[in-house]
Design a protein around this ligand. Structure first.
Ligand SMILES: NC(=O)c1ccc[n+]([C@@H]2O[C@H](COP(=O)([O-])OP(=O)(O)OC[C@H]3O[C@@H](n4cnc5c(N)ncnc54)[C@H](OP(=O)(O)O)[C@@H]3O)[C@@H](O)[C@H]2O)c1
Length: 332
């Protein structure tokens, strides 16, 4: 049995679900993968706490659900992150889309010390995926980021594991549940702002929802996909990005009356990358990704045309993907 000493950075929707999952699945993880997790460092926006004996994970979830902060705990140590003795960092803090932020600094430091990193936060991989991969390989650490792309939809895993020697010729997807949900709410007579508030209430919209509606969340995912499974090395500036702010209920209803729908679509083809609202047939694969569904269509030389779709309303599949990444890194 391998005991994995973990830090949980961020104690919001994703990491609270991760804490619940690794508690609920404790026996399966031990029996089938020879792994147990001990959470010794935690952080929220108030700072860090450390307990080498391991925190009671469900007590942490209740503490946060009841409005508590890490700074309220007896184990609070302040605002500096002591990585000593850690095996893995679960990074689920808000995205810093401009620089990758503190999270990127933590990834560099951890991987440099041979500590594995599993991310839901896209910031570090958007800004430095190839650098972080090289650092992880050099220091024999693991780097898991499957949860950064459409939560539980295993696009990265399919590309890396299941398409050996294949080449993706084109790829398109509906990657942003929040935008999708906003379109549906508008069609049903709801307001743009109400739909965003509801998406935030269930923990699906970004802390800054303009990342969703401006197309940036989708662009981040497209960039991560391109740079990890399409052999590209692109930057955000290489993606043409247009958000959904100008889409109205009238436009959506008019398209619906002729069998069409509007989706925020990510596309990669012939070295060109774009994210924009597009009119597509309602009965097409991407046209049928409604509400909280996300989907990807992958065309390749060896593996045909694949269609993968996920319904994820709350980030349980996202958190499960982080657990999966960690198990893939540590299983014996
Ligand atoms: N939710 C999803 O469906 C989903 C899916 C895939 C990826 N993601 C990504 O996963 C990450 C987390 O999402 P979430 O929904 O869990 O967000 P969330 O509910 O807003 O939680 C964010 C957590 O990060 C903490 N935090 C903020 N600044 C921090 C800092 N400087 N240091 C340490 N902790 C800090 C917050 O502290 P307080 O508790 O004190 O506010 C909160 O606990 C985001 O990057 C998001 O893009 C989310």
């Amino acid at each position: 049995m391998k005991e994995i000493k973990a830090a949980m950075l961020g104690l919001g929707s994703v990491n609270k679900n991760l804490l619940r999952i690794i508690t609920d699945k404790k026996e399966v993880l031990a029996r089938d993968y020879g792994i147990s997790f001990k959470v010794v460092v935690i952080a929220d926006s108030s700072g860090y706490a450390r307990l080498d004996a391991g925190f009671d994970m469900l007590a942490l979830v209740s503490h946060k659900d009841n409005g508590g902060r890490v700074a309220d705990l007896a184990e609070f140590v302040g605002t500096s992150f002591d990585m000593s003795g850690l095996d893995v960092i679960f990074e689920s803090t808000p995205v810093d889309h401009k620089t990758g932020g503190e999270a990127l600094k933590h990834c560099r430091e951890a991987l440099g010390k041979g500590i594995s990193v599993v991310l839901a936060n896209k910031g570090p991989v958007v800004h430095a995926l190839l650098e972080l991969k090289a650092l992880a390989a050099k220091n024999k650490a693991g780097l898991g980021y499957s949860a950064t792309v459409c939560g539980g939809l295993p696009i990265i895993n399919i590309g890396e594991r299941d398409m050996i020697a294949g080449k993706i010729s084109k790829l398109s997807g509906v990657f942003n549940g929040t935008s999708n949900f906003v379109f549906d709410a508008l069609k049903n007579g709801g307001s743009f702002d109400d739909a965003i508030r509801e998406a935030q209430a269930v923990g699906a919209a970004e802390a800054d929802p303009s990342l969703d509606t401006g197309g940036w969340d989708t662009a981040f995912k497209l960039l991560i996909i391109a740079n990890s499974i399409m052999g590209a090395d692109i930057k955000l500036a290489d993606i043409e990005v247009e958000g959904i702010e100008n889409i109205t209920a009238e436009m959506l209803i008019a398209e619906q009356s002729v069998g069409n729908t509007v989706k925020l679509v990510a596309k990669a083809e012939d070295g060109k990358y774009s994210v924009k609202p597009m009119v597509i047939a309602e009965d097409s694969f991407l046209g049928s990704c409604n509400g909280w569904e996300m989907g990807v269509e992958i065309h390749s030389d060896l593996y045909g045309i694949m269609y993968h779709k996920l319904y994820e309303k709350e980030p349980i599949p996202t958190a499960a993907s982080m657990m999966r990444d960690a198990v893939n890194i540590f299983q014996i």
